[in-house]
Design a protein around this ligand. Structure first.
Ligand code: SAM
Ligand code: SF4
Length: 328
C-alpha cells in the first residue's frame, strides 16, 4: 500500500472532506452574517459519485480516517449515502462527522446505520442564552438532545468542540468539567483561529489554551499519548472523570510537526493546510472511474509542495476568509 508522505517525512492518514459550504448557524467566529452563496449554487458541490472517487483515491494512498465537515455537512440530503460511499473503502476504518448538532436528534441513528463511526458536535457554551448569542440559533436543548440520541444510537463516546474565547467561555472550565464527569464526552477546547473575515474578533477574544492546561495539570489531569491517525488535540484524562479534555492549540510551537491531515473542499480542491493558499483542483479527475491513477499522482505530487508550517504567527491567514468553506 502506498502511503502519502510529504517532503518533511510527515505521513498523512487523515482526510477532512468538506461536502458543502452551506450552514444554518451564524457562529460569531465563522459566519456571523450567515451563509451567503458565493457565486455557486448547491449543485456545484461535490456529487456523491465524485465523493466516492476522491475517497477511493485517498484510501488507496493509505488514508485510514475521513472526517465529513462543511458548512454543515448534515444539511446534505444524501448525507447517509455519502457515509455509505466512504465506508465502501475497507481500509477507511473511521468515518467521522463534525456537526453543529442541529439534525442529530432526528437523524443520528440513520447515520450510524449508514456506517458513521465517530461524532464531533460543536457546543461553545452550556448556557442556552450564551449558546444562542454565539450561534445565532436558539437550539441549545435540541443539540443536547442530539448528544443523548447519539449515545442511545450506540456511539460509546462523543467529542464536543468548544472554541475558546476570552470573556466568553474562558472561565467556564468548571461547568464543562461537571458536565463531562459522568459522561464519556471528550470536550475539546479549540483556540480561536484568525481568519480573513475575523481579525477584529481574533484580537478581542483569542486566548491561549495554555490557561486551561495549567488548570488541568493543577487538578491532577494527565496528558495521554497520541496515535498516528489522531487529530491535533492534546488529550487529558483524570481517574475521577468518565469524560476527557482535549486542547487544540494551533499557535503552539511545533503544532505543525505532527500534522497528519489533508483537506478537500466542497468544490473539490485539495488544501494542504487549513491556512494554505489556493488549493489544488482535483475535480477534472473526478468525472469518471478511469482517472484514478492520475488523481493519485496529482494528490501525491501536490503534497510535495506542502510547507513545513503555517504562517499564522505572522498574521498570514492564507486565503481562508472563514472556516466554513474548508471545514475547520
Ligand atoms: N458546521 C459544523 C460545526 O460547526 O461543527 C462543521 C464545520 S465548522 C467550520 C468545524 C469546526 O470549526 C467547528 O467546531 C467550529 O467551532 C470550528 N471553527 C470555525 N471557525 C473557527 C475559528 N475561527 N477558530 C477556531 N475554530 C473555528
Ligand atoms: Fe456553521 Fe459550523 Fe461555521 Fe458555526 S462553525 S457557522 S455551525 S459552519
Amino acid at each position: 500500500m502506498q502511503q502519502l508522505t510529504d517532503a518533511f517525512a510527515r505521513k498523512f492518514y487523515y482526510l477532512r472532506l468538506s461536502i458543502t459550504d452551506v450552514c444554518n448557524f451564524r457562529c460569531t467566529y465563522c459566519l456571523p452574517d450567515g451563509y451567503r452563496p458565493n457565486g455557486h449554487d448547491n449543485k456545484s458541490f461535490l456529487s456523491l459519485d465524485e465523493i466516492r472517487r476522491v475517497s477511493r483515491a485517498f484510501a488507496n494512498l493509505g488514508t485510514e480516517k475521513v472526517r465529513l465537515t462543511g458548512g454543515e455537512p448534515s444539511l446534505r440530503r444524501d448525507f447517509c449515502d455519502i457515509i455509505a460511499a466512504i465506508r465502501e473503502n475497507k481500509t477507511i476504518r473511521t468515518v467521522a462527522v463534525t456537526t453543529n448538532g442541529y439534525r442529530l436528534a432526528r437523524d443520528v441513528a440513520q447515520w450510524r446505520d449508514a456506517g458513521l463511526t465517530a461524532i464531533n458536535v460543536s457546543v461553545d457554551s452550556l448556557d442556552h442564552r450564551q449558546f444562542h448569542a454565539i450561534t445565532g440559533q436558539d437550539k441549545f436543548l435540541q443539540v443536547m438532545a442530539g448528544i443523548d440520541a447519539a449515545f442511545a444510537a450506540g456511539f460509546e463516546k462523543v467529542k464536543v468542540n468548544a472554541v475558546l474565547m476570552r470573556d466568553v467561555n474562558d472561565t467556564s472550565l468548571n461547568a464543562f468539567l461537571a458536565w463531562i464527569k459522568p459522561r464519556p464526552i471528550q470536550l475539546r477546547f479549540i483556540e480561536l483561529m484568525e481568519t480573513g473575515d475575523g481579525s477584529d474578533l481574533f484580537r478581542k477574544h483569542h486566548v491561549s489554551g495554555g490557561v486551561i492546561r495549567t488548570q488541568l495539570l493543577a487538578q491532577g489531569w494527565q496528558l495521554q499519548p497520541r496515535s498516528r491517525s489522531d487529530g491535533p488535540a492534546q488529550v487529558f484524562q483524570h481517574p475521577d472523570y468518565q469524560g476527557e479534555i482535549g486542547l487544540i492549540m494551533p499557535y503552539e510551537k511545533d503544532f505543525c510537526a505532527s500534522c497528519n491531515r489533508l483537506r478537500v473542499s466542497a468544490m473539490g480542491n485539495l488544501h494542504l493546510c487549513l491556512f494554505g493558499e489556493q488549493g489544488i483542483p482535483l475535480r477534472d479527475l473526478l468525472a469518471d472511474d478511469l482517472q484514478q491513477d492520475a488523481l493519485a499522482m496529482r494528490i501525491q505530487g501536490g503534497l510535495q509542495t506542502k510547507k513545513q508550517t503555517h504562517f499564522l504567527h505572522q498574521g498570514n491567514t492564507g486565503i481562508t476568509q472563514n472556516l466554513s468553506f474548508i471545514g475547520g
